[in-house]
Design a protein around this ligand. Sequence first.
Ligand SMILES: Cc1ncc(COP(=O)(O)O)c(C=O)c1O
Length: 403
Amino acid sequence: MKIPFSPPYIDEAVINEVVDSLKSGWITSGPKVKALEEEIKNFSGAKSVLCVNSWTSGAIMMLRWLGVKEGDEVIVPAYTYSATALAVLHAGAKPVMVDSGKDFNISVDAIRQAITPRTKAIIPVDIAGFPCDYDRIMSLVQEQSIRDLFQPTSPAQKQLGRILVLNDAAHSLGARYSTKMRTGCETDIAIFSLHAVKNVTTAEGGAICFNLPAPFDNEALYAEMRMMSLNCQTKDAFSKSKAGGWRYDIVGMGMKINMADVNAAIGLAQIREYPELLKERKRIFNSYSDAFSKCDWAIVPPSVQGEKESSYHIYALRVKNCTEEQRDAMIDEIAKSEVAVNVHFIPMPMLSFFREQGYDIKDYPQAYDNYKCEISLPIYPQLDDEKVDFIIQTVIKAHDTIF
Ligand SMILES: Cc1ncc(COP(=O)(O)O)c(C=O)c1O
């Protein structure tokens, strides 16, 4: 049985929505993007939401808005996809990497130790869709002694008066932070990725959620950032294309990172079905956890803890007492049955670019421990119980062959 790792969910509703965009006579940013922004806003509870063409470009734009510059530091986990740190570098600051906990997420104690007067932002990452401890992170940045350390150097930093928390929610659209709150509204800024492998996709895309405290005006910030995402042009192409609406101005050094309507159409159809699709992901996740919790060699990933609940984006299985070589051998064994699995993530200090910049995996022992024995299993609504069972049996057989 050939099982791909993460095919997109494309049904008739998605196809019809895309065809509708193609036939409408308007395929780039317009009504479908606006409708998707409204859907994500209602779904997540964020104060306002702007869609752009990727998580990465959205994060670069928001760090530029914050006014980070050379010498400034942004705290990120070592254990994440490289975009988290690359966005910081593109915005002109230094990523300060810290270790994670056993739940894969950034360690709040490690954040505290890494804060200096140069720290301008923290980017916690909801690894696999399981939310970080935002109560602790938000209280940390509001502590008086941490506020006293903060040295604002831009208008946005002065207005905030403390370190900004930008949630890398690339994986966690649909996760619950509490019974009342979904991810997207619990930090100053949260960004979802809508990339092809994500729970809800626009092929490529990102959604920036604005939740800044008063006196920030999140609607005004939406309008400012929307213009910023369109080259800082005072009129978008939709309004400019109307009869007589040709004149515009360029008022800053913007970026060109807007989302197109034809892309938004995919996500629009998917997010309307997402509550049902999320249940399917949960069904698969729980089937895996039921089976692997009976294996004394397996560590099942976190999904529910108190009021927190994952978005079930990645099933990150870990194997006890397992070296990197044994894990790799297990993956080779699984591949013989044509089941595609993955590893999330190779910690950034192990990647050439970051290694050459002086980051050393020895400084992140828990990140390495999480990585060396991790295997991500396929998880998507199209997997029926027969396929899930086949995957479970394949993984158990591979384990028994290697160990
Ligand atoms: C944790 C994390 N952050 C950021 C990104 C970047 O998202 P995008 O591809 O939309 O730029 C990804 C992509 O997989 C990711 O896994």
